[in-house]
Design a protein around this ligand. Sequence first.
Ligand SMILES: Nc1nc2c(c(=O)[nH]1)N[C@H]1C(S)=C(S)[C@@H](COP(=O)(O)O)O[C@H]1N2
Ligand SMILES: [Mo]
Length: 360
Amino acid sequence: MPSRPERKASLIVHDDRPYNAEPPLGRLRASYRTPAEDFYVRSHGDLPNLDSKTWRLTVVGRAGLTLTLSLDDLRTGFPMAALTATMQCAGNRRADMRAVAPVSGDPWEAGAIGTAEWTGIRLGDLLREAGIAEGVDRHVAFESHDTVDGRPYGVSIPLAKAMSPETLLAYAMNGEALLPEHGFPVRAVVLGYAGVRSPKWLRHIAVQDHPSDNPIQANDYKLYPADVTAETADPAKGYTIETMPVNAAICEPERGGVLIAGRNRVRGYAVCGDRAIARVDVSGNGGRSWRQADLEHEAGAPFAWTFWAADLDLPPGEHELTVRAWDTAGQTQPALPDDTWNHKGYLCTCWHRVRVSVTD
Ligand SMILES: Nc1nc2c(c(=O)[nH]1)N[C@H]1C(S)=C(S)[C@@H](COP(=O)(O)O)O[C@H]1N2
Ligand SMILES: [Mo]
């Protein structure tokens, strides 16, 4: 495994502190399971440096029942669970929205996404051990070791999602211990939801009858209408971002690339929170005509992205390549970033457009 500075040097770094970085898209498309060192890093505070030997997780379950667990307790006390799944930041592709009008936050390109095999235990198994049964109108609140504006990072998810088999507490990524920047020693992996609901560096879990009042949950990661500004935003009225919508990106060629006229292979990813991708359309002329991409589905990875590839015959000149995916509910993506623009720049799902020059 490359060292931390080496890993950082090979990513596109948006900020040093907090550390935020994404891989170049060509590298992202190179392997279905993203190597941990190529996986985007999104952090809100400083990266904690934790010792797995002294690390403990506290879980407040049924009234009066609190569990304190070591990493060994998790490994040996519960059945192991592994799932290949995609994690994606709600701010993925924000750069495209920023082109319409200013938005807050880092200008992520389409690399704030990655897919890994996550290994750990099912959160539901742990909650049952803590005396929790399925229930509506209840929430599972997490707290982490990193601090954001003087408070621990904290979010919550509905109890039903926490109890579902696709919600894990993971201690390994692609068969190896988590890297420090991805949440060592243990993080939640809430598949199909925006990355923000998958807290890293876990330290505390509580089942309660209201969502977390932590600012990350209560104020941030809300979807607002286009006419709401930073000044007028009322978090109580914003929609809490959970399940991710259908999205797709062209990874190769890259924006501004120079190609040779003739047949060119275009490759990328398509993804949808908790549904499968049914179809991917690719265009060599900005969406005036489309052709079908070949899809690479992975059996047994229902929460993971679909890789796609298509050959386009491109004459000399300037061209706009674009892609749109369809999910199994027949839903597709808006054409323009204007269609879903919001001042936080979340959930940018417009057709991904890549301008290239084609020479003889
Ligand atoms: N404790 C903690 N967990 C966190 C965050 C964080 O800053 N602190 N960032 C969240 C966000 S917004 C995303 S998109 C994912 C990113 O996970 P990664 O850095 O492993 O790719 O982690 C989530 N979990
Ligand atoms: Mo995120």
